[in-house]
Design a protein around this ligand. Structure first.
Ligand code: DON
Length: 606
């Protein structure tokens, strides 16, 4: 401990004197306990401790005490009941969780086209029952013709071309990622696992109110950037709830991929259609961009929280690092304040604020920028960060400088995106988050091939220091470079219990709130011992450093708590709902699946 205080540079000591907020860095670093608490097993506790009834503020709209879908053997949860059913069809036919997850991924491109995709990218975390763990990164990359300032106008002002239209798309990674995942960890041929998706596209499926609403909100944008009729709006009318959505072009595309593999997408006629679409609308993705796309197997991001092991996504997503950093800070408290209290919102919000300061400046594609993952996820760094949390709100601008001055010993420690979670009877698990970025991506539908393209280029810092669509203010590390992956917040995560068995499989949609939503469900289960349904229904908060405000859900904080947080210096921001999480938890007798209670979705098991 003493060593750490000695390593605090002279600059950081001076800063600590100037900023009362950080004046206890050295003190706490010298007196706290940096080690992880003993594991639940070592403390003689059962692997899944009994759940404790949750209590929500009286104004909160989701009641505690309900139960999700429970099934003895296997479970799939996603934002589309038809896509979850596709996964279970494959499981029942003898496939493992990876076969089922790939089936689900392709099915989502048909049944949840606002985010399920072959025109975007994503990340999967895999935990096999035999102990193998893997993370695969199939994030889009910037086209070779991309340039740092491509979204600025002649006056240096940021345009909206990183969000809408043909120039907004990165090179899609989903087909390459899903097929690589299947090849390494699946047991069935691609042609088999894609059957449900092909059937859903060719024969159609019945649209529910969630999809009908999503299509109707997207109609103007898609019409504007696509310019011809799409199956979503035949004859200018949205396919309504209860009607069938049939997608013959997409069926043909999926059949080609099922037959020829990823090459059909990256080199064959589908690639030709995509490039023709680009040329029609002034986009820059070429056949060379498509031909060189490759997914990346990454070293899984591993961390612990009070003895539970977490496996999550390392960069190019910021998700795993920021979840780990925030949870590590919170772990420094022997126990956390009561759920829903002022102090709870304060410490959790403060942990997120600090973790996002690091995210916004330091995280990026590791193939282009050195990313200090070990430092950011180390327990010693968390201890120093925890010491910067005083009794009042911290101002992000002051914290940034103070945090950069913390010296840490090197440690070697172990609108719209969509997330789906799958487990099988053997205990294999897959957590996948995938996205087009905005709902319905760039608004561009590929003619003849029948799918939407992403607007992922907006996840770069299109103008470093200026906010993107999610208000994230990011730095040079995440500036645009050809072939580079844009930073993501996607956080597919698997939590293992003290025996190393899968306990939770989860992740979320919602831009930067993905990180805070995913980690709060984890906290609710591990720290507050809520049932999964309560953990999902519990009101959420969010802090992303900039804007320097604490966001909460309408009715989610008691009025007295809101008052005291304001008195402590927080700028409070109210939203109707935060984050779209889909999760599975192991429970006595099987698995509990819970799709996001604030949105639509389906948990299917057997
Ligand atoms: O990768 C990311 O972090 C974003 N493209 C995710 C976007 C998202 O979740 C939009 N959903 N609300």
């Amino acid at each position: 401990m003493r060593r750490l205080s000695h390593r605090l540079s002279r600059r950081s000591r001076a800063l600590a004197r100037r900023l009362p907020l950080v004046s206890c860095i050295a003190l706490a670093a010298c007196s706290g306990n940096a080690g992880s608490p003993a594991t639940p097993a070592a403390r003689g506790e059962p692997a899944i401790p009994a759940r404790v009834a949750a209590q929500f503020p009286s104004g909160w709209r989701l009641a505690a005490g309900a139960q999700g879908t429970v099934a003895p053997q296997a479970m799939a949860v996603s934002n589309s009941p038809d896509a979850s059913a596709a996964a279970v069809e494959i499981l029942r036919a003898g496939g493992n969780a990876v076969d089922a997850a790939v089936a689900l991924g392709f099915a989502l491109t048909v049944t949840w086209p606002e985010a399920g995709n072959i025109g975007g990218g994503g990340y999967s975390v895999v935990q096999m029952a035999d102990g193998r763990t893997a993370t695969i990164d199939y994030r889009e990359i910037a086209p070779l013709a991309a340039t740092r300032d491509m979204y600025l106008d002649a006056n240096g002002k940021l345009t909206d071309k990183s969000i809408y239209g043909h120039l907004a798309s990165g090179v899609p990674g989903a087909v390459a990622g899903l097929t690589a995942l299947l090849e390494r960890y699946g047991t069935m041929p691609l042609s088999r696992v894609m059957q449900p998706a092909i059937r859903l596209a060719r024969d159609g499926f019945v649209v529910d109110t969630a999809l009908a609403g999503s299509m109707s909100r997207a109609q103007n944008m898609v019409n504007r950037y696509t310019g011809i009729a799409t199956p979503y709006f035949p004859r200018g009318r949205v396919v309504g709830a209860g009607d069938r959505l049939v997608q013959p072009d997409l069926a043909r595309t999926l059949e080609a991929i099922a037959k020829e593999g990823a090459a059909a997408f990256y080199r064959g006629w589908i690639a030709d259609s995509l490039v023709a679409e680009m040329q029609r609308g002034g986009g820059i993705i070429t056949k060379a961009d498509l031909a060189r796309y490759a997914p990346a197997w990454r070293t899984p991001l591993r961390t612990t929280y009070r003895g539970y092991a977490l496996v999550s996504m390392p960069p190019s997503s910021s998700g795993g690092v920021v979840v780990a950093e925030a949870l590590n800070v919170l772990e420094q408290y022997p126990t956390l304040p009561a759920f829903g209290s002022t102090q709870y919102a304060h410490v959790v919000g403060s942990a997120y604020q600090r973790a996002f300061i690091d995210r916004n400046a330091k995280l990026a594609d590791p193939d282009f920028v050195p990313v200090p993952v070990d430092r950011l996820t180390s327990k010693a760094y968390a201890q120093a960060l925890r010491a910067t949390i005083g009794p009042r709100a911290s101002r992000t601008a002051e914290l940034e400088t103070a945090m950069n001055a913390i010296s840490v010993p090197r440690e070697r420690e172990p609108e719209h995106t969509t997330h789906y979670s799958v487990v099988d009877a053997k205990g294999n698990a897959v957590a996948t988050t995938t996205t087009l970025n905005n709902s319905w991506g760039s608004g561009v539908w590929v003619r003849g091939a029948g799918f939407m393209l992403n607007d992922e280029m907006d996840d770069f810092a299109a103008q470093p220091g200026k906010p993107n669509m999610f208000g994230l203010v990011q730095g040079e590390a995440n500036a645009i470079q050809p072939g580079k992956r844009m930073l993501s917040a996607m956080s597919p995560t698997i939590v293992l219990d003290s025996k190393g068995q899968v306990l939770l499989v989860l992740g979320a949609a919602g831009g930067p709130t993905i990180i805070t939503g995913t980690s709060q469900v984890i906290l609710n289960v591990l720290e507050h011992r809520m049932s999964l349904m309560d953990a999902m229904r519990a009101p959420r908060i969010h802090h992303q450093a900039l804007p320097d405000s604490l966001t909460y859900e309408d009715g989610g904080l008691a009025p007295a708590v809101l008052d005291s947080l304001t008195q402590m210096g927080y700028r409070m921001r109210r939203l109707r709902a935060l984050v779209n999480v889909n999760a599975i938890m192991r429970v006595p007798g099987g698995w509990e699946g819970v799709p996001e209670p604030r949105r639509s979705g389906g948990a299917v098991g057997y």
